[in-house]
Write a new protein. Structure first.
Length: 202
């Protein structure tokens, strides 16, 4: 496995791993500003290419507590789900929610699509697991119209594709929550809400 060790860049399998230091952070900040000014997908890909990857701490797993919005829920087996969650401090995470489709399971109410919940997530080397979840907000109004449901699905897939990282992920989460709220409460039609999100997205 590629890793960063002792101040040295470790290369394995022909892939270089970049450490998360002040110099690298400065380069990434400059590349993000360039993308923000141009809006070019190529500038965004340059920004993404400097993201730290594959850095290990020697620990098998660690647990984090975070708020997050469920962007995607994929059923696995009879009662399990793989959730894709947008978090403010860890970007987009995928995690297994075991038994979350059972009505009496403690994860059931907080792991639905477009639920904004507080999660306790164990980060493993290969798979993340949701240990507990408490629902904070459910956007029930999204299902009242076809346009609202379609907009929510579109923005979720767009967010997953862009995969914003901290600190941009916190801004994206706040903007997405506001857009879903306005759409669910019918405070703004779906088309203007989409335009607002696209205009303000980091």
């Amino acid at each position: 496995m590629d890793r960063y060790d002792g101040g040295k860049l470790i290369r394995k399998g022909g892939r270089a791993i970049m450490p998360g230091n002040a110099e690298t952070d400065g380069i990434r900040a400059a590349q993000w500003q360039k993308f923000a000014a141009s809006g070019s997908i190529y500038d965004y890909l340059d920004y993404r290419s400097t993201a730290p990857q594959g850095i290990t701490t020697g620990e098998k797993s660690m647990q984090i507590n975070t708020m997050g919005l469920v962007l995607r829920a994929v059923r696995v087996g009879e009662a399990d789900q793989i959730l894709t969650v947008l978090t403010p401090g860890n970007g987009v995470l995928s995690a297994s929610a075991r038994g979350s489709l059972r009505l009496k399971n403690k994860l059931f109410s907080a792991c639905g699509l477009f639920c904004y919940s507080e999660f306790a997530i164990t980060l493993g080397r290969k798979t993340n697991f949701i240990d507990s979840a408490a629902v904070s907000k459910v956007f029930h109004g999204l299902s009242k119209t076809v346009e609202g449901t379609a907009l929510a699905a579109y923005l979720s897939e767009l967010t997953i594709t862009l995969a914003p990282e901290p600190p941009e992920s916190a801004d994206c989460l706040r903007l997405l929550l506001n857009t879903l709220y306005m759409t669910a409460e019918q405070k703004a039609p779906a088309a203007p809400a989409e335009s607002y999100f696209m205009k303000c997205a980091p």
